[in-house]
Design a protein around this ligand. Structure first.
Ligand SMILES: [Zn+2]
Ligand SMILES: [Zn+2]
Length: 227
């Protein structure tokens, strides 16, 4: 069922705006590979319930997954890591496999921990991992995170990079590819025959994400953790 894995792919390969930034997933969902965490969206409602007579700033706005499946003592809080980094960490350490998302049980949080005004439904079944990430995570994660088509202003910079690389007939995807990654043994899935960069991909959001490789990924300190 392809729909069930679309969420996971988007959560790893940055189709969702902001998904490659720290503090997008809660730590529970990150650990359990629950790709449909809605912590970030709920955090945008941080003023929810402030007029309520029982308002207590220590009460949290948990993600839907923690709310219904995290267990009664779950404290949903944002993770400084991205889902992509989390998967990468799994394949970097023995046994070097990506585990399937944890199955969800009916384990609601204690109601008195939850801020008044919280609304939401259980997401029930966890989205599955796409087959290519499951079977060959090294190769799947080797693919650079998708970024929006570069703004016209940055074309000059890209052209400079192309000239510096001195490769014949390079494509945008080659420029973004990490140059020193070891090539794994050829898998059974044949690589796409030298197709150009997926320019037909519709722009799904407008703000520009940093091109991978140009900026250090260890930048959680750039974002203050907000509680
Ligand atoms: Zn979550
Ligand atoms: Zn959570």
């Amino acid at each position: 069922m392809s729909d069930n894995t679309t969420v996971a792919r988007a959560a790893v390969l940055t189709d969702i705006p902001g998904v490659d930034l720290p503090y997008f997933f809660c730590d529970t969902c990150l650990a359990r590979k629950w790709f449909d965490c809605d912590w970030r969206r709920r955090a945008e409602n941080e003023h929810l319930g402030q007029g309520h007579p029982n308002f207590n700033p220590r009460l949290i706005l948990p993600c839907s997954n923690c709310r219904f499946h995290g267990g009664k003592n779950c404290a949903c809080s944002a993770s400084p890591y991205t889902m992509r980094q989390s998967l990468q960490a799994m394949i970097d350490h023995p046994p070097h496999v990506v585990e399937e998302p944890r199955e969800r049980e009916d384990l609601p949080m204690k109601k008195k921990s939850i801020r008044p005004g919280w609304e939401g439904l259980s997401n029930s079944t966890a989205p599955g991992l796409p087959q290519d990430i499951l079977q060959d995570p090294v190769r799947a994660l080797q693919t650079p995170a998708r970024v929006p088509n570069p703004a016209p202003a940055s074309e000059a910079v890209l052209n400079q990079q192309l000239q510096a690389l001195s490769v014949s007939g390079p494509s945008l995807s080659q420029v973004q590819m990490p140059p020193t990654y070891p090539t794994p043994a050829p898998p059974q899935i044949a690589p796409a025959p030298s197709q150009p960069a997926p320019a037909e991909e519709p722009p799904t959001f407008t703000f520009s994400l940093p091109v991978r490789g140009k900026q250090s990924e260890s930048s959680p300190s750039q974002q203050g953790r907000q509680e």
